[in-house]
Design a protein around this ligand. Structure first.
Ligand code: HPA
Length: 277
């Protein structure tokens, strides 16, 4: 458990521990692989693996299909530090605990964060299997990792969220998708705490708020990344239509099955994106 007063010490300790464990490896890009995206980590060359549970002060991942390990190595001509799996608020982790590995990867040197998840589509023009670049988010988790005193000591807490999802990185990824003929949308992502799925009434309400996709992760990570100045790309895979759309009734199994089938395309896309960075 990370208490506000222990955050800075825990972070310093974890940064030193990880540096030593990875022989001074300095990542250029941090990547978070969400539901179903985990196997993308197998494409990392010269991989070095650190289970979340070994890192001091880091929680372990209990979500289905989230292996829960860091993979450091080379991908698409960049040095990457990949999280194969993530921590979610719905697992009982605080916003700061969810943000902790993002702050850690930033402190280790990563200047860019690529974060991914499976999401339900609220926009009826989207199709299951499409990717969707996040243009912006609506944080309805009710939480923010910058509350409390410690994050303000790390970096000022009144953070601008204008262009939180970097416009140039979005353009680059959309260009890669067009070149590879992979269907990719661009839309507003709405993040919730979960773990129950939404009601059809909530989905209708979220549509009027301007959301195109919905899931249970990402917002807290992106706030933490921007807090330490990382440039962010967020990509969802549309694993299902949101509850009530065309009779959809999403389940965890469906989410994983669909995401699994899109791993190869995403691996290619990510490699092209990293080369173009
Ligand atoms: N709702 C919330 N989270 C999700 C969904 C959804 O429809 N699909 C994948 N993650």
């Amino acid at each position: 458990m990370i208490a506000d007063e222990s955050l800075m010490d825990f972070l310093d300790e974890s940064v030193s521990w990880m540096r030593a464990r990875l022989d001074g490896f300095v990542p250029e890009v941090a990547v978070i692989l969400g539901s179903g995206f985990g196997p993308v980590a197998r494409a990392v060359q010269n991989p070095r693996i650190v289970p979340f549970a070994e890192l001091p002060h880091m929680g372990s991942s209990s979500a289905t299909g989230h292996v829960g390990q860091f993979v450091a190595g080379d991908l698409g001509d960049k040095r990457v530090l990949v999280m194969e799996g993530r921590l979610h608020g719905y697992e009982g982790y605080s916003a700061q605990e969810v943000a902790f590995p993002v702050w850690l990867m930033a402190r280790l040197g990563a200047k860019v964060l690529v974060t991914t998840n499976a999401a339900g589509a609220i926009n009826e023009g989207y199709r299951v299997g499409d990717f969707c670049v996040m243009a912006d988010h609506i944080n309805l988790t009710g939480r923010n990792p910058l509350t409390g005193k410690a994050p303000d000591a790390l970096s000022p807490r009144f953070l601008s969220m204008l262009d939180a999802y970097d416009p140039a990185l979005r353009r680059l990824f959309l260009g890669n998708a067009a070149e590879l003929s992979v269907p990719c949308q661009e839309g507003v992502y709405l993040g919730l705490l979960g773990p129950s799925f939404e009601t059809p009434a909530e989905i209708r309400a979220f549509r009027t708020l301007g959301a195109d996709t919905v899931a249970m992760s990402v917002c807290e990570e992106v706030i933490a990344a921007r807090h330490l100045g990382m440039r962010v790309l967020g990509v969802s895979l549309v694993s299902n239509m949101a509850c009530g759309i065309e009779g959809a009734n999403p389940s965890d199994d469906e989410v994983h099955e669909v995401a699994h089938g899109r791993v190869e395309d995403f691996t290619q896309l990510l490699q092209a994106f990293l080369k173009g960075l």
